[in-house]
Write a protein that binds this ligand. Structure first.
Ligand SMILES: *[C@@H]1O[C@H](CO)[C@@H](O)[C@H](O)[C@H]1NC(C)=O
Ligand SMILES: *[C@@H]1O[C@H](CO)[C@@H](O)[C@H](O)[C@H]1NC(C)=O
Ligand SMILES: *[C@@H]1O[C@H](CO)[C@@H](O)[C@H](O)[C@H]1NC(C)=O
Ligand SMILES: *[C@@H]1O[C@H](CO)[C@@H](O)[C@H](O)[C@H]1NC(C)=O
Ligand SMILES: *[C@@H]1O[C@H](CO)[C@@H](O)[C@H](O)[C@H]1NC(C)=O
Ligand SMILES: *[C@@H]1O[C@H](CO)[C@@H](O)[C@H](O)[C@H]1NC(C)=O
Ligand SMILES: *[C@@H]1O[C@H](CO)[C@@H](O)[C@H](O)[C@H]1NC(C)=O
Ligand SMILES: *[C@@H]1O[C@H](CO)[C@@H](O)[C@H](O)[C@H]1NC(C)=O
Ligand SMILES: *[C@@H]1O[C@H](CO)[C@@H](O)[C@H](O)[C@H]1NC(C)=O
Length: 332
């Protein structure tokens, strides 16, 4: 982490010089231009100065689901180091990109995760949707800045002989995640499919009683089948045919329950799991302090990877919102 911290400044300065030239000479934003835009955003955060960005006259921006001018966001105030993205999906057709990486907000030994989506139109940034995760509670359970880089490297390393999907295939899969009827039962899942939640390879977990069926680390089935679904999901946000990646976002109603001395978000789509948590809380009440069960909405932004005719990775990224919440991005 310390090396990471020290390296980031010269790297960031080099990036600004390259990107200014790329943006000036490119009309549509190509792969390099979108890569540079992401780097420029990270550089401006570390410089605590959003004014150096090519923002559109009217731009859309949220951070952890809250709309705000960039100058008022945490990211431009607290981030003191950011390297290159660990995960980077680029959609030249839609002028969009998705990225995820570890950042530091002062304590080099406690990295946090920044992830987000941008849209570039006419050489300007029109949309910036950011999430900073600082703890497991932001997701309702899982989070690992320690594992993010390694697990992302696996996803970024697409074999050179891979059979890549078309945009249309990726779009169908994007819709299928939130609408089981379209794709639920006939999508092939690779044996090696990597299932992560905010950087974390979900480990074997046997439920609060410790006696349930285990799942993970290769548990893409649990991320793909049986919902939760969302008919208003934003699909095909970033479609990267070169890496077989597609990004989409849904709003998932559920409840945050006590889970031993932790807490866990369980979607309403899983009533069996919810019932078990209700019963478990009754059984253990009084043994040690337990979190009260709160209604909650998980705002997701999943990254799916598909090539060689099979699902290769599911990254379930969730940020906790109040109950019955919708997304600011659905309000326009
Ligand atoms: C693109 O930006 C230029 C200014 O840099 C402006 O003149 C032009 O109208 C913009 N085009 C669109 C389609 O917004
Ligand atoms: C990440 O990968 C590197 C190189 O393979 C390894 O040394 C390191 O222990 C890994 N870190 C984690 C957290 O898995
Ligand atoms: C790609 O190449 C590897 C060896 O590098 C081989 O094992 C694999 O079967 C090949 N895959 C396809 C889809 O051709
Ligand atoms: C199965 O997959 C194809 C795409 O390969 C899709 O068009 C179709 O709707 C899917 N669903 C079912 C139930 O066949
Ligand atoms: C796990 O234990 C709980 C409490 O004893 C019980 O209600 C539940 O049926 C058990 N589950 C399994 C899968 O054995
Ligand atoms: C991205 O491009 C696809 C066409 O491949 C289109 O259907 C989709 O609506 C676009 N997504 C956004 C968010 O513009
Ligand atoms: C939480 O419970 C685990 C065992 O399930 C234990 O190892 C850990 O120390 C506990 N943490 C606290 C803060 O009580
Ligand atoms: C969950 O509990 C409710 C009410 O107690 C019950 O109606 C429902 O059938 C249960 N669902 C499952 C899947 O256990
Ligand atoms: C959320 O909506 C449900 C109905 O769909 C309602 O019963 C519940 O009271 C609402 N919760 C809050 C906190 O508004």
């Amino acid at each position: 982490m310390l090396a990471f911290y020290l390296l980031s400044l010269p790297l960031a300065l080099a990036v600004v010089a390259v990107s200014a030239a790329a943006v000036a000479t490119t009309k549509g934003c190509n792969r390099q231009c979108l890569t540079n835009m992401v780097d420029e955003i990270l550089t401006s955060m570390v410089a605590h100065n959003p004014d150096i960005l090519p923002l559109a006259d009217l731009y859309k921006a949220t951070e952890n689901s809250h709309p705000a001018a960039l100058t008022m966001m945490h990211s431009w105030r607290t981030i003191v180091s950011a390297g290159e993205p660990s995960l980077l999906a680029i959609d030249v057709n839609n002028g969009s990109a998705y990225f995820a990486l570890d950042i530091n907000e002062g304590d080099p030994y406690a990295p946090n995760i920044l992830r987000g989506r941008i849209v570039v139109f006419n050489d300007t940034l029109t949309e910036i949707e950011l999430f900073i995760h600082r703890s497991r509670g932001d997701h309702g359970f899982s989070f690992s800045p320690e594992q993010l880089a390694n697990n992302s490297a696996v996803v970024m390393d697409v074999p050179s002989n891979a059979t890549l999907p078309t945009r249309e295939e990726l779009m169908t899969i994007s819709k299928g995640l939130f609408n089981g009827a379209d794709y639920e039962n006939n999508l092939t899942i690779a044996d090696s499919c990597q299932f992560t939640e905010i950087g974390w390879l979900v480990p074997n977990d046997h439920g609060p009683y410790g006696n349930g069926t285990s799942y993970g680390p290769a548990g893409c089935e649990i991320g793909w089948t049986d919902g939760p679904f969302d008919t208003n999901a934003r699909v095909g946000l970033v479609i990267d045919e070169q890496l077989g990646l597609v990004v989409q976002s849904g709003m998932i109603p559920g409840v945050v329950y006590a889970y031993r001395n932790l807490s866990a978000f369980i979607p309403d789509a899983f009533p069996g799991g919810q019932n078990q948590s209700v019963q478990w809380t009754k059984d253990y009440l009084g043994d040690y302090p337990l979190l009260y069960a709160f209604g909650s909405t998980g705002e997701t932004m999943e990254v799916l990877q598909y090539y060689n005719g099979a699902l290769q990775a599911i990254q379930i990224n969730v940020f906790m919102n109040p109950p019955n919440a919708t997304s600011a991005w659905l309000s326009m």
